[in-house]
Write a protein that binds this ligand. Structure first.
Ligand code: UDP
Length: 151
C-alpha cells in the first residue's frame, strides 16, 4: 500500500552537514520526497510532537535538543514506506543500531540520534499534520516508477 511517512533530520544531522547523504539514501531506494522544509522548531511544537514522552525523564533534554538548531522536515512517500524507513533509520540507540542503517552509520548516542521517522500509520498522519499544511504536500509522477515498482 502507498504510504506517507514523516521524516525529520534532527539539529545534529543539519549541523554536522549530513543532510544530503541521508536524503540520498531515501532517494536511492526509490522513495519519493513529497514535502520538504527547514525550520527551527518552536518549543510548543516540540512538546506536541513528542507528547507521548512528556512524563519521561529525558523529555526536557529531548525538547532542548530538538529546538536547539534548525531541522529538516520531510514527507516521504512509497510502498509500505513507514516500516521500511524505520528499518533504514535503525534502532533508537545508535550504539545498538545495525551497521548500514542511518543511525548505525552516523551516530553514537540516543540523545544525538540524528533522525526521526514515524513508527506507525497513525503517528505518520498525526506528525505530517503537525508540520505541514495539506497544500504543502506535492503530487508528481516519478518517470522511472516502472523500474522501481512491478505495478
Ligand atoms: N530519547 C532519549 N532518551 C531515551 C529514549 C529516547 O533521548 O532514553 C529520545 C531520542 O532522541 C529518540 C526520541 O527521544 O529518538 C523519541 O524516542 P522514541 O522511543 O520514540 O524513539 P524513536 O522512535 O525516535 O526511535
Amino acid at each position: 500500500m502507498m504510504e506517507k511517512s514523516f521524516v525529520m533530520l534532527k539539529p545534529d544531522a543539519v549541523k554536522r552537514r549530513l543532510a544530503g547523504r541521508i536524503i540520498a539514501r531515501f532517494e536511492d531506494r526509490g522513495l519519493k520526497i513529497v514535502a520538504f522544509k527547514m525550520l527551527q522548531i518552536p518549543e510548543d511544537l516540540a512538546m506536541e510532537h513528542y507528547q507521548e514522552h512528556r512524563e519521561k525523564p529525558f523529555f526536557r533534554d529531548l525538547v532542548d535538543y530538538i529546538t536547539s538548531a534548525p531541522v529538516i522536515a520531510m514527507v516521504i512517500e512509497g510502498k509500505d514506506c513507514i516500516s521500511l524507513i524505520r528499518k533504514m533509520v535503525g534502532a533508537t540507540n545508535p550504539a545498538e543500531a545495525d551497521l548500514g542503517t542511518i543511525r548505525g552509520d552516523f551516530a553514537l548516542e540516543t540523545g544525538r540520534n540524528i533522525i526521526h521517522a514515524s513508527d506507525s500509520p497513525e503517528s505518520a498522519e498525526r506528525e505530517i499534520k503537525l508540520f505541514f499544511d495539506e497544500s504543502e504536500i506535492c503530487s508528481y509522477e516519478m518517470p522511472d516508477r516502472e523500474m522501481i515498482y512491478e505495478e
